[in-house]
Design a protein around this ligand. Structure first.
Ligand code: CMC
Length: 391
């Protein structure tokens, strides 16, 4: 009963009120709690951004220390988790492992189900932000047959993640500060993006009152797709498939003939420029400078694609600009992160946004379960036919 409208893919439907993130798609602007993303990328860090997204304000010095200490305290996963991981095939996609592992967190922390209790809610959020780097690194190490590295709490959030990815028990790994900062910026820029597909999934799943880690696991699953978080992986696959600068023109013709899309281009909301892409582009050059990788053939190929697309009327008319994932994939590859890990790292970053949005929804006293309507296009009522009489 009541009035409702048909809006497939939610092109024109706001499903919630939110105070967390604001995007002005036409101007190409993004704000976390009112703070422009450019200023945060320049001066802040992923954890500071996380605090603001979760609490509405940037932390004071004391709040920052308290938050970071709490995160450090919870970086280890339950020892039983090691056995849990060993049930996966070694060649599992990291996102398949990650979705399973985040779901399993609900089994290890049943008390988080009592999320109406503010203390339980807070600790559940801290736990997940603290353990995601450990779990994501485990997804990588397990696939490689490498031993899991325990977190190092003397390192900052991003350096610790890179340590767990690349160190071995016999060879200590100290991340280069420029690389660690670039990685931290990738996390910060991906931390929230208002009601995107995975965040909407988390809200819808969470609206039933399910365990918070189960709701976040639903977000991980949604993020996996190439139209969303899988885009940075798809960018690298695309570059590898093109293979050589001499094949760019043929490839671009295929895009215009709509045989396939130019991955890392276009955005549902940004129809001017993705502000995150401009920051990532600059960071990309910084990282390649430090690593001396400007001559990397894949990077040169990417820059050629970018140049052609920015000058081509097909892309200009359709308002297709590079998005954040066009560059973040190139940076991650330069750092040595394998392509199949890119989406898992996006999930690591977006965990903050998912949790902030879930928390905002749960704290709303008027929360109702989400329940879209449909436009039924199937058969009208008809009689059951016995199996012997069916044609
Ligand atoms: N390459 C070529 N043509 C494209 C592309 C592209 N990447 N993206 C959109 N178009 C064309 C599309 O064919 C359509 O043309 P027409 O009007 O002639 O039918 C027009 O542009 C509008 O496309 P749409 O699919 O209706 O637009 P959308 O808002 O539904 O899609 C998108 C947004 C991001 C899914 C899409 O641009 C896309 O598939 N991009 C490639 C994947 C990608 O990079 N995704 C990452 C998004 S940013 C990270 C994130 O938020 O997760």
């Amino acid at each position: 009963s009541g009035f409702w409208s048909y809006d497939p893919a939610f092109l024109a439907t706001a499903a919630c009120e939110s105070k967390i993130t604001y995007i002005d798609g036409d101007k190409g602007q993004l704000f976390y709690r009112g703070y422009p993303i450019e200023q945060l990328a320049e001066h802040s860090s992923h954890l500071e951004g996380a605090y603001a997204l979760l609490n509405g304000e940037l932390p004071t010095k004391a709040q920052k220390e308290e938050f970071e200490t709490a995160i450090r305290y919870h970086t280890m996963v339950h020892d039983q988790f090691l056995s849990f991981f060993k049930g996966f095939r070694r060649d599992s996609h990291p996102m398949a492992m990650l979705a399973g592992a985040v779901s399993a967190m609900a089994a290890f922390y049943p008390e988080a189900f009592d999320f109406k209790n503010a203390e339980h809610r807070k600790i559940a959020i801290i736990r997940l932000i603290a353990k995601m780097p450990t779990i994501v690194a485990m997804c990588y190490r397990y696939g490689q047959g490498l031993p899991f590295m325990y977190p190092r709490n003397d390192l900052d959030y991003s350096s610790n993640f890179l340590y767990m990815m690349f160190a071995t028990p016999c060879e200590p790994y100290v991340p280069n500060p420029v690389i660690a900062k670039a990685f931290d910026r990738i996390l910060l820029l991906h931390a929230d993006h208002e009601q995107n597909a995975s965040t909407s999934t988390v809200r819808l799943a969470g609206s039933s009152g399910t365990h918070p880690f189960a709701a976040i696991a639903a977000g991980v699953s949604c993020l996996w797709g190439p139209a969303h978080g899988g885009a940075n992986e798809a960018v690298l696959k695309m570059l590898n498939e093109i293979g050589d600068e001499s094949r760019v023109d043929v490839f671009m013709q295929g895009v215009k003939d709509k045989k396939y899309r130019l991955m890392g281009f276009g955005h549902r909301v940004y129809k001017n420029m993705d502000p995150r892409a401009s920051i990532m582009r600059k960071t990309c050059y910084e990282v390649l400078d430090v690593l001396g990788k400007h001559d990397d053939p894949l990077f040169k190929l990417a820059m050629k694609l970018e140049k052609i697309a920015l000058e081509d009327s097909y892309f200009i008319e359709k308002k297709l600009y590079p998005n954040v994932d066009f560059y973040s994939g190139i940076i991650q590859r330069a750092i040595g992160i394998p392509t199949e890990m890119f989406t898992a790292i996006f999930a690591l970053a977006r965990t903050v946004g998912w949790l902030a949005q879930w928390q905002e929804m749960i704290e709303d006293p008027d929360l109702k379960i989400g329940r879209p309507r449909q436009l039924y296009t199937g058969y009208a009522a008809r009689d059951y036919v016995a199996v012997a009489d069916r044609k």
